[in-house]
Design a protein around this ligand. Structure first.
Ligand code: CA
Length: 367
């Protein structure tokens, strides 16, 4: 007996039949085989960033029963690292993986969705995206480029960097040559430092030869791989310039919207899950690597002086306001971000911060 005939005979109304069809619809669509391409801004095999993009593709394939496949290309394999935004925007490929501050030249407001000096940490960014207006605003910023953004990972709070000169006062930044990209670099320049843009592979040699006095990278796990502890005297914390850097996936709007609804949902779920997976991996890996750096490699861990941080914070606020004054979309995003950070900060004071302070004596760092 055909289903429709059965429903009629069973005396079930048209509305119920329509509802049954709607419920069953995803299973019909899920039969469709789709092949996408994703271009990333990451070197091949880079832990969490490139491997995270590959993991995401695998997740989607698993969820779709092998029907929705995404082939992931590392930087340079299909398009250059910084060509990925354009390639997805114009529909050459359907998906990309990067960090929103890479696109500051195209859309200054994009920087707020990656890392804001003295801004929100990873938890705060997640709260802004999914509990506040963050994701809605990000979609608005990427819309003119035919792109749909999704938060797809975070490094958590980064380290302040490796220095061969001690930072005791704000004046110690004067003339300091440091590899530090993005908004953090703009703040350093305001403090009188010189920003040196060095490709990842050349940082170690530049630091060793004194071409640069300092560099930031990510956190203990990735920094250890780079070997900076062999050529730098001091390892500074915290990473005021990147307090919770968010990685992104971006999808060609037309390609995303032409997907069956359940495939769209798979992408959304896989990116959100990758966000958590990456943060968990970074926190676990950073903890282990930091312990190794301190105990085995006797790294000289130094906290930035409070006064210097307060002065840099003021310079960071000036930097953000200057960008916002020149670009209405940046102003809209900055205003929303500031308001949200203030609100969530009140809660953070009495919850996370109070709790960390409570258990701080258990950490060997406290002297
Ligand atoms: Ca960094």
């Amino acid at each position: 007996m055909k289903r429709r005939d059965f429903l009629k005979k069973a005396g079930i109304g048209a509305a119920a039949a329509a509802a049954a069809t709607a419920v069953n619809a995803p299973f019909v669509h899920a039969q469709k085989t789709i092949q996408w391409k994703m271009v990333t801004t990451w070197p091949p095999k880079l832990p969490f960033l490139q491997t995270g993009a590959e993991r995401l593709a695998k997740r989607v394939e698993q969820m779709s029963g092998g029907k929705f496949k995404i082939r992931v290309y590392a930087a340079g394999e299909l398009v250059p690292a910084f060509g990925s935004f354009e390639a997805v925007s114009n529909g050459t490929v359907q998906a990309g993986s990067g960090a929103a501050y890479y696109w500051a030249g195209k859309a200054p407001a994009s920087q707020w969705f990656a890392a804001v000096p003295f801004g929100l940490n990873a938890d705060g960014m997640a709260a802004w995206f999914w509990g506040g207006d963050g994701l809605k605003l990000w979609e608005e910023v990427y819309k003119p480029f035919n792109l749909i953004p999704r938060p797809a990972g975070t490094t958590g709070v980064q380290m302040g960097g490796w220095f061969n000169k001690k930072i005791n006062t704000i004046d110690d930044f004067k003339g300091l040559k440091m590899r530090i990209p993005g908004l953090g670099g703009k703040v350093l320049a305001k403090a009188g430092g010189t920003v040196v843009l060095t490709p990842g592979g050349e940082i170690f040699t530049n630091l060793e030869r004194g071409v640069i006095d300092a560099t930031e990278w990510v956190g203990p796990l990735h920094d250890f791989i780079m070997g900076f502890h062999k050529v730098a005297k001091y390892y500074y914390y915290p990473g005021w310039h990147e307090p919770g850097t968010v990685l992104e996936n971006f999808f060609n709007k037309k390609a995303y919207e032409s997907l069956p609804k359940d495939y769209q949902l798979m992408l959304d779920i896989a990116t959100a899950e990758t966000y958590n997976w990456m943060l968990a991996g970074f926190n676990a890996g950073n903890g282990a690597a930091l312990e190794k750096l301190i105990t085995q490699h006797k790294v000289n861990l130094v906290r930035f002086p409070e006064k210097v941080m307060a002065q840099l914070r003021k310079l960071a606020q000036d930097t953000l306001e200057e960008i916002a004054a020149k670009d209405p979309m940046s102003k809209k995003v900055n205003d929303n971000f500031k308001k949200f950070q203030k609100q969530i900060g009140i809660w953070g004071e009495v919850s996370e911060k109070a709790y960390y302070d409570l258990i701080a004596e258990k950490y060997s760092l406290k002297k």
